[in-house]
Design a binder for this molecule. Sequence first.
Ligand code: AGP
Length: 609
Amino acid sequence: MCGIVSYAGFRQAAPILLDGLRKLESRGYDSAGIAVRNSREIVTIKAQGRLQRLYDKTDNGNAVEGFCGIGHTRWATHGEPSEINAHPHASDDGNVVGVHNGIIENYQELKDKLLRKGYHFYSTTDTEVAIKLVDYYWKKYGLGPVDAINRAMVRIRGSYALAIMFRDHPNEVWVARKDSPLIIGAGEGENFVASDVPAILNYTRKVYYIGNMEIGRLTADDITFYNLDGDVITHDPVMIDWDAEAAEKGGFEHYMLKEIHEQPTAVRETMRSYVDGDRIVLEGVDESMLRDLERIYIVGCGSAYHVGMAGKAVLEDLTDLPVETDLASEFRYRNPKLVKNSMVVIISQSGETADSLAALRLAKEKGATVLSIVNVVGSSIARESDCCIYTHAGPEISVATTKAYSTQLIVLYLLAMRIAQLKGLLPDESFSQMMAALSKLPDQIERLLEDKERIQWFASKYANAKDIFFIGRGMDYAISMEGSLKLKEISYIHSEAYAAGELKHGTISLFEDGTLVVGILTQQALFEKTVSNMVEVKSRGAYLMAVTCYGNYSIEDTANFCVYIPKTDEHFMTSLAVIPLQLLAYYISVAKGLNVDKPRNLAKSVTVE
Ligand code: AGP
């Protein structure tokens, strides 16, 4: 998630901009920049890498004169991390300069339009397109800021928080917002813009929340809001009572809970990046290769491997292709026999996991096409694969992955649907129904999160558990793997995920009175089978929690505690069933008073064998 800071006031702007960006550093970024209006022009300074480089380039901001400016830390989504791609971006004559947070879905269409109108582009970002689109309307129709911005807003599809300066409007900052966070801070003789509260908490606690599809204008002494028609509208101020640490986590107690709650947005942003109207567009992926595939191998570690397990079921069902899943640490040493026309899918949030990177290199040595699904733009795995589909989860701070896991699932669903289409195996009507189901997932996840207090209550009863089992069949087994790992890694409670049908071959001897068993039952055809397995363990003293769909109320004859999830296309059930399991693990860890975000012995990215 990019960071935005802007200032208009009586103090030198640059030091304040840098300080605000510093407060947003933990969100992760790969480059940064500021633009400040001095008495003559708008001066822009950018730097790739750490924010300190921008401090160094500007003598901590003291070398940049001016009382009005914008600043940005970039988390790359379109275009590699580089100084040229860093924000702010500007029209060629410096008439319009701006920064952006979000994703512009139709940036290529808009870029083509502007190229036809004689515009040139120096970067590979969607942001430069947005800024030049505002400039285009400014010049073509001789519009003022409000009208130039709102015309651009009407043409742009996607999400954005924009902070813009116009050369001919010194000491003014203009903002516009759709679906990306943006707040306006009100001071005395100075006003602020930020993508998040921590950036301005040192200066003011009085903020305005600008609404979707609204525009704002800031000067040192004035804050004005406009609707899309250009009419002035008003907002009431809100006083922020968070302390700095709470603000850092968006008011949540831990990054993990913040990131669990970011999943609806992360899923929506990832879908937006690859769905154009009623088409799936996987930029950079050779569709003739997809069409000719004879086998797919999915390789990853930890939760990434669990995504592969769930994705296997979806891919095999939709594409009729055989799909193998492998732990990267096994794949790299077992001399895998890769048949021709194979594709190896490497899944990795960090894009730096040593075993996964080694598996990628081995797959390439063996002649397979390597497609990676990665969250960090420009990471090693992203750069070394033949093609990469980025997830748009934003920076994931907590060691236990949640939103990256959920967005990896989305990419696999879209990949499976696209391959099935290319192979003529997915009729238009089925495709449309699946797309409709996908579009509902963010709201369904949101609805599940509203149930968190109930999970919290149940979790507090199991903080002292010694063993917790997760069982399921088919895709539900893959889901149980992720539930078990989430629990283990942040609560330190021993846990096993088990194929429900396999319990009777030995493991069932472990069950004692009160052993908690979590049954996952999202696949209707396997529902009764799994219920039978739950009855088996219940008769041996187990205490049962069930995760199943609304409507399967018969489960209450068997399970002691039931969590219901909304019905969706069964291929996508993992995205919903995993939410209560994430919450269960989180609240048990909190009940034990553990360091949820930084569990013992673990690192966010395992870059060594
Ligand atoms: C997941 O919660 C864990 N933190 C861990 O299993 C992680 O998924 C694994 O290390 C893979 O990391 P990657 O996705 O960055 O490659």
